[in-house]
Design a protein around this ligand. Structure first.
Ligand SMILES: *Cc1c(COP(=O)(O)O)cnc(C)c1O
Length: 357
């Protein structure tokens, strides 16, 4: 089996070996040290400004998206949501649930956000902007520098869901002036699902501290306080946090975050070169290194997903809803190699030979 989905993705052998071990008790100095190391490496890899913090939430990426909306915004805020697909829609739905005033910038499938579009909202009193820097559902990677300039100019609190982009695309939280960055364990971090991570700038930390969130589990004040001693308020997914520790150190020892981004970029470029001439159109006008979203011109995307899975033991990532037959995605994150790309290409060529695509 080769897994080219966008998460859970393939883990390295060291990460998998931890999954085999007994899960230790965690209110100990040893586990606190693991957590402090995790926090420091997360701050380093996201290039967070000095005095930033990282908290680890037991829950998938959406749990951290929800925690951020609850802890950082109130009914006084007026928020812009970049809504270019199902993950943008999720931020919009969260604002609805918590009655945060918001306007959505709706984008068509595969389209990036243009400056003219964004600057329609210039000087209009927005206090927050929520964006999924890589809208994984359609593979669009937004121009985060442009969004960052807009937020700096308007003094807007910038929240970036980088769940599928962290470790795959360049991202410098300090220079972009990003206030919150969110990621998750099962994307390019290549660990099992179950943990999501919120990196908070000093400004975000004070915002959280001055808000009174009505939640026990998602009270980030309490997560920050406990984190000072390398702990969490409640029992976390201890095993996954230990796997994250191994993985972060693996990246560090292999040359750091920039090397990992380069590695994923090379896989993406190799794949995109190899599919030239095949009956697949690129969906997105500006791609992340993490994923290539493809529109097959001669077959149903979902049929391709099913046949590859059942007959070739290769998993690509299907799309749901209206895009089910239109788009499938090939991920470049996780423990994959150039040889794996070649195996997928050989399978595509076989499908073409059989007249399936
Ligand atoms: C995967 C992903 C999420 C989180 O989804 P979960 O299923 O809750 O982990 C959120 N945003 C983006 C952009 C993603 O790719």
């Amino acid at each position: 089996m080769i897994n080219f989905t966008v998460g859970p993705v393939q883990s390295s052998e060291n990460v998998r070996n931890i999954g085999y071990e007994q899960v230790p008790y965690f209110r100990t100095e040893e586990f606190s040290n693991v957590m402090k190391e995790n926090e420091n490496l997360m701050l380093k890899f996201s290039k967070a400004p000095n005095n930033s913090r990282a908290v680890f939430i037991t829950g998938s990426g959406t749990a951290s998206m929800e925690a951020v909306v609850m802890n950082c915004f109130t009914k006084e805020d007026k928020v812009l949501v970049v809504n270019g697909g199902s993950f943008g829609q999720r931020f919009s739905d969260l604002c609805d649930i918590f009655e945060i005033r918001h306007d959505d910038i709706k984008l068509e499938v595969g389209k990036s956000l243009k400056k003219e579009e964004l600057y329609k909202y210039d000087n209009q009193g927005y206090t927050g902007l929520l964006v999924n820097v890589h809208e994984t559902s359609t593979g669009v990677h937004y121009d985060i520098e442009m969004i960052s300039d807009f937020c700096k100019k308007n003094d807007i609190f910038l929240v970036v869901d980088a769940i599928s982009s962290f470790l795959a695309d360049d991202f410098d939280m300090a220079s972009l002036g990003v206030d919150i960055m969110i990621t998750g364990s099962q994307k390019a971090l290549a660990c099992p699902p179950g943990i999501s991570i919120i990196v908070l700038s000093p400004k975000a930390v004070s915002k959280v501290e001055s808000n009174n969130v009505k939640s026990m589990y998602f009270d980030l004040k309490s997560a920050l306080k406990n984190g000072e001693r390398g702990q969490t308020p409640f029992t976390p997914a201890v095993g996954i946090l230990r796997q994250i520790n191994v993985r972060l150190k693996e990246i560090e020892n292999n040359g750091g975050v920039d090397f990992e981004i380069k590695r994923i970029n090379e896989l993406a470029v190799d794949f995109r070169n190899k599919i030239k001439g095949m009956p697949f159109e690129l969906v997105s006008e500006s791609m992340s290194n993490a994923v290539t979203a493809l529109h097959p011109t001669t077959a149903s995307a979902n049929d391709i997903f099913l046949i590859l899975k059942d007959e070739y033991h290769i998993w690509v990532c299907p799309n749901g809803g209206k895009l089910k037959d239109e788009i499938f995605r090939v991920g470049h994150i996780g423990d994959l190699s150039i040889e794996d790309n070649s195996k997928l290409i050989a399978a595509f060529n076989d499908l073409i030979k059989r007249g399936i695509v």
